[in-house]
Write a protein that binds this ligand. Structure first.
Ligand SMILES: Cc1cc2nc3c(=O)[nH]c(=O)nc-3n(C[C@H](O)[C@H](O)[C@H](O)COP(=O)(O)OP(=O)(O)OC[C@H]3O[C@@H](n4cnc5c(N)ncnc54)[C@H](O)[C@@H]3O)c2cc1C
Length: 385
């Protein structure tokens, strides 16, 4: 780490996609004296670096669909904006539905997506089977496919924003562990790190799965919990169709997507306990792979290249928290509940708008305020994988 500045206009805490995007968009909006602090040796080693890279429009709430519409456009334009591409690959997302209740709910979701301009296609069970000749889905009742969904590279996105922020004068520092948030008269006064104190009127909590312990340093109780999720990548599968999409067996939260010449596959453990453990659970990997081979038998012949576990940052309604807090000068950009990577570009921009002008002009995100939980006004999202 280079020298810590003694003062800042804004300190952004957490160097994942949210912190990097927020720092960049603050500087782009003309804010000088922005500092980005990450406690690891490199940026993007938290949830962002462990994420599956999926980007999609297929959500069940208007706010998530609108965030995707804006954010995926920003990923397409990232190279023009920052000089570094997001390595977007539009392989499409195909949700496979095997339960009558899902068919009904996804029917409503697709109607909502259409009303907002997302060209999701409805597939019958037979059409699903025709689209996925490599898979075994005798029980597929229907499916939904959006060709504009796909993949992007998390590390490229984080480093694009960090590098562009640096060029605009942001001090982007690693190995800077925030250990205290100093308040005075109910507002932020300073951010304390192991290396020293930065006096600042504004701090942004972009600590992802660790955002609740960070908020607690300012006496704020945040409803965000860490939940482990894991995936693995395989050796090449040369006979896999080249147009293989991001496939989600929704009932099992089981997914596959192309990764290099092989696949990346994961499955969410519905019994996972809340906690900060980021080690791969070998028992769950066994359960996952049994289910995966049943759906994609050729996986039996593949080897494992890498396996990763990371943490979702989960809120009670599976929607993020974006905006201010009762502690004046303390802002939140957290709680993305399993799909934050894709919303990082737009959410960093929206938070920069809130900090600099008092409101997000690009998109009304007041529904994502922290106080919705105390007001008992949660948002319901069905498409969580
Ligand atoms: C297995 C898995 C698969 C996923 N798949 C997808 C997907 O396909 N698509 C998608 O859109 N999303 C996906 N996600 C979710 C996505 O990764 C997250 O929502 C997103 O990356 C959150 O970004 P963040 O910047 O808030 O958090 P992080 O990337 O975790 O960044 C927070 C940073 O804060 C730092 N930090 C914490 N405390 C402190 C402190 N006290 N001082 C200094 N630094 C601190 C951490 O070291 C960390 O680097 C997945 C997540 C996981 C775990």
């Amino acid at each position: 780490m280079t020298d810590l500045p003694a003062t800042a206009s804004v300190v952004v805490i957490g160097g994942g996609v949210m912190g990097a995007s927020t720092a960049y968009h603050l500087a782009k909006a003309g804010v000088r004296g922005v500092v980005l602090l990450e406690r690891e040796r490199f940026f993007g080693l938290g949830a962002t670096g462990r994420c599956a890279g999926g980007i999609r429009h297929q959500f069940a709430t208007e706010i998530n669909i609108r965030l995707s519409l804006l954010s995926l456009r920003m990923l397409d334009a990232l190279e023009d904006e920052t000089g570094q591409p997001a390595l977007v690959r539009k392989c499409g997302y195909l949700f496979v539905l095997t339960q009558p209740q899902q068919v009904e709910t996804f029917g409503r979701n697709v109607a909502l997506q259409h009303s907002l301009g997302v060209p999701t296609q409805w597939l019958t069970g037979d059409e699903v089977r025709r689209c996925l000749p490599a898979c075994v889905f005798p029980d597929a009742l229907a499916g939904t496919y959006c060709a504009q969904d796909g993949l992007a590279d998390p590390n490229s996105v984080v480093m694009a924003y960090v590098s562009a922020a640096r060029r605009l004068g942001v001090a982007c520092l690693t190995e800077a562990d925030v250990t205290g948030l100093e308040t005075a008269g109910g507002r932020i006064a300073a951010v304390i790190t192991a290396q020293g104190r930065i006096a600042t009127p504004v701090a942004v909590n972009a600590a992802g799965p660790w955002s609740a312990p960070l908020a607690a340093l300012a006496g704020l109780d945040l409803p965000v919990v860490p939940l482990r999720r894991q995936w693995l990548t395989t050796t090449p599968l040369p006979d896999l169709p080249t147009n293989f999409p991001f496939v989600i067996d929704f009932a099992q939260s089981l997914y596959f997507h192309p990764e290099g010449e092989g696949l990346l596959t994961g499955m969410s453990n519905p019994n996972e306990a809340v906690g900060f453990d980021q080690s791969v659970d070998p028992d769950w990997e066994l359960t996952h792979m049994e289910a995966a081979v049943e759906r994609l038998p050729r996986l039996e012949r593949a080897g494992v290249v890498s396996r990763w576990a990371g943490l979702y940052e989960v809120t009670p309604d599976a929607h993020p928290i974006l905006g201010g807090t009762p502690v004046e000068g303390l802002y939140l950009i957290t709680g993305f509940s399993g799909h934050g990577f894709m919303h990082g570009p737009i959410c960093g921009q929206l938070l920069a708008e809130i900090i600099t002008t008092g409101r997000a002009a690009t998109l009304d995100v007041s529904a994502l305020r922290l106080s919705r939980f105390a007001e008992n006004q949660p948002i319901i999202e069905y498409n969580v994988v």
